[in-house]
Ligand binder design. Structure first.
Ligand code: FMN
Length: 178
């Protein structure tokens, strides 16, 4: 069962959750993968509701999005197993199946090919309508020092050499899995 919602009615809940961590889920070649994100923006462009995510170069999620430019944002409501965010924020789909390791319950999507997740029920289904590799020359020095100090190799989850690509996802469906 899904309860359809007006996404901007939940703007405050969504953005408070982003601050502590939500999941960004992708699907390609039949592999579903979730990674934790705590950067993201909710807004409007071209008259469409848009959720933008920022994904570093080395993430498995980046490969998935390049193959299938759709994603769901999965937001916890009330009590949930906090281990999910830690696990999905440190393990990579490059070498592990996080969905089966955590025994997460996938729910059929409404309008895209990527599923929702019952355990994090507030769901935004998004289709990428724009993407942009962020230009390192345009990032202010202070931010560059903190987020891109170039001392952790790309193969580790704490990688900081790679820059981010912004994926703008048009929110084509929003609901709570019940
Ligand atoms: C709280 C938290 C927030 C994170 N936010 C982001 C983010 O916004 N963008 C990003 O690229 N990585 C972020 N990460 C790191 C990824 O979740 C992590 O590297 C993950 O293992 C990547 O998974 P993947 O390789 O399966 O895509 C975050 C990690 C944590 C723990």
């Amino acid at each position: 069962m899904k309860k359809e919602i007006q996404v901007f009615d939940y703007a405050s809940e969504i953005m408070k959750a982003v601050k502590t961590g939500v999941l960004l889920t992708t699907k390609s070649d039949d592999k579903v993968n979730s990674m934790t994100i705590s950067w993201g923006t909710l807004g409007i462009e071209w008259g469409k509701p848009i959720f933008t995510v920022f994904v570093r170069e080395n993430r498995f999620t980046k490969e998935q999005l390049e193959k299938n430019p759709e994603f769901t944002i999965n937001i916890p409501m009330g009590e949930f197993n906090k281990k999910i965010l830690g696990f999905c924020g440190t393990k990579s789909g490059h070498n592990i199946d996080k969905i089966s390791e955590l025994n997460l319950t996938l729910e059929s999507p409404d309008k895209i090919s990527v599923p929702a997740i019952k355990e994090l029920p507030l769901t935004l289904e998004c289709k990428v309508v724009y993407k942009q590799e962020q230009d390192r020359n345009e990032i202010c020095e202070e931010t560059k020092k903190v987020f891109y100090p170039q001392d952790v190799d790309s193969s580790y989850h704490g990688a900081n050499k790679d820059f981010h690509t912004a994926y703008y996802g048009e929110i084509v469906s929003a609901y709570i899995v019940e």
